[in-house]
Every structure is written in structure tokens, then in C-alpha cells.
Design a protein around this ligand. Structure first.
Ligand code: F6R
Length: 242
């Protein structure tokens, strides 16, 4: 596990964009795993700037998002598909058919999860997976207690996660109770993992992920076992590290 600490959120966003852009420049058909939430927004803004200024193209890139709320149609304003369209895809030259996000309204959930996992493998596997981290150590929507060996699957969201995400909805009751998420096994299969964390409220989760026991009680701790994992942190998120 490699730790990179930058002064603030803008600095980690810029450095993350440089890392991702460099990999795309080296391999234009890179397979990139993407996350939603507040943390990667700065990274996405810098990638958009690179593309719009003609220094980077994602025309051959393929993307796989980590997760989607169960029950939300792709065009629901709070779906992760809408989030990605608004904050990244609509502003860059990625080919829409090359962007993959679990469907929040599948006919058969188990079959949809298996098909998503197969598609990742058939596409050649994820070259770099971008992650945020939840205050309880979740990555993707893999909440504490999730088995490390699971591929894409249905999860029940922790109440703390629903409350943290309620800011995107008009009230807590609207936040879905379940989601489809890539599993910890899917994440560990990525060739490289780039976890971003900013702010003091992530410092405890980061500390346990880096220095704590590798335990299903803290899902991000599994990343200690990944051969090429980078934690890119601002000073506040890194504050508890030795
Ligand atoms: C998002 C995701 C989540 C978030 C995490 C942190 O696709 O899978 O694990 O990365 O909840 O969210 P923010 O960045 O909003 O603090």
C-alpha cells in the first residue's frame, strides 16, 4: 500500500487526475473503475478540463461504476447513472456504450450481478479502480461485515450510510434501502486501486484501513492485501496516521 499525502482536497484531486490521465495516455483503451459521492468530483472536474482543452481523450476508455441504488431507474435524478452523466460523462468524449453502471431496476437481480461481473472480465478486467471511503470503512457499498470473497451483489445499506447520503435526497425516507455493488473481490481484482479521502471525518476510517487489522469489520482494510494500492489523502484525512 502506497500513501500519498497532499495539502488539501484540490491537491489530491489534481494529483488523482494526473495519475489517471497518465495511465490513459499510456493505454488509450484503459478500463477504469469509477465511484460516485463527493470525493471524486474534483478528480472528475480536472479530467473534464484536460479533455476540453484537448490534452486527453477518453474516446477509447471503458468505464465500470462501483454501484447503483436498487429501485432507482437510470434517469432518476438521484441515480448514480444520472450522477455520472451530469458530473463526468456528458462533458467528456467517452462513448456512452462504453460506460457501465449496474442497473437499479433489473428483472433478475442475481442474474444482473453475475452478468455485470462477467462483463468486467470479458472487457479485460479493471486497470485502475477509483474509490472513496465511507466513515464506517465501506468501499463501494460493501458495508462492515461483508465477506471479502464476494463479487457484484445486492446489499442492504447501513443506516449510517443512508443518513450520510440523505443530503442528495429531499429526505431520509427517499434514500433507497438496498443497492447493487461490486464486491470486495471485484475491487481486489482491479490491477490498481486508487483510494481518495479528504477531510477529518474520514481520518478514523483511513487509520483503520491502513493500520488496523485486516478484518471484515472494516471493509477497506482488505486493501492492505492488494499488490498495487494507492491511498491519496489530504492532510486532514491522513491526520491519525503515524
Ligand atoms: C460511491 C461509493 C461509496 C463512496 C463513499 C464515500 O460510488 O461507492 O463507497 O465512495 O460513501 O462517499 P463520499 O465521497 O461522498 O464521502
Amino acid at each position: 500500500m502506497k500513501l500519498l499525502v497532499e495539502r488539501d482536497y484540490d491537491s489530491i484531486s489534481k494529483r488523482a487526475a494526473a495519475l489517471v490521465a497518465e495511465q490513459i495516455a499510456n493505454r488509450p483503451d484503459l478500463v477504469v473503475g469509477l465511484a460516485t459521492g463527493s470525493t471524486p468530483l474534483g478528480l472528475y472536474r480536472y479530467l473534464i478540463e484536460e479533455v476540453q482543452q484537448g490534452r486527453l481523450s477518453l474516446a477509447a476508455v471503458k468505464t465500470f461504476n462501483l454501484d447503483e441504488y436498487l429501485g432507482l431507474a437510470p434517469d432518476h435524478p438521484q441515480s448514480y447513472r444520472s450522477f455520472m452523466e451530469e458530473n463526468l460523462f456528458s462533458q467528456i468524449d467517452v462513448v456512452p456504450a462504453n460506460t457501465h453502471i449496474p442497473n437499479g431496476q433489473p428483472d433478475d437481480i442475481a442474474e444482473h450481478c453475475a452478468a455485470y461481473e462477467r462483463l468486467i472480465v470479458e472487457t479485460g478486467g479493471i486497470d485502475i479502480q477509483v474509490l472513496g471511503i465511507g466513515r464506517n470503512g465501506h468501499i463501494g457499498f460493501n458495508e462492515p461485515g461483508e465477506a471479502f470473497g464476494r463479487p457484484t451483489h445486492l446489499v442492504k445499506l447501513a443506516e449510517s450510510t443512508r443518513q450520510a447520503n440523505a443530503r442528495f435526497f429531499s429526505h431520509l425516507g427517499e434514500v433507497p434501502t438496498h443497492a447493487i455493488t461490486m464486491g470486495l473481490k471485484s475491487i481486489m481484482n482491479a490491477r490498481r486501486v486508487l483510494l481518495l479521502a479528504a477531510g477529518a471525518d474520514k481520518s478514523e476510517a483511513v487509520y483503520r484501513a491502513v493500520c488496523g487489522d485486516v478484518s471484515e469489520d472494516h471493509p477497506a482494510s482488505v486493501l492492505q492485501l492488494h499488490p498495487d494500492c494507492i491511498f491519496l489523502l489530504d492532510e486532514a484525512a491522513a491526520a491519525l496516521l503515524p
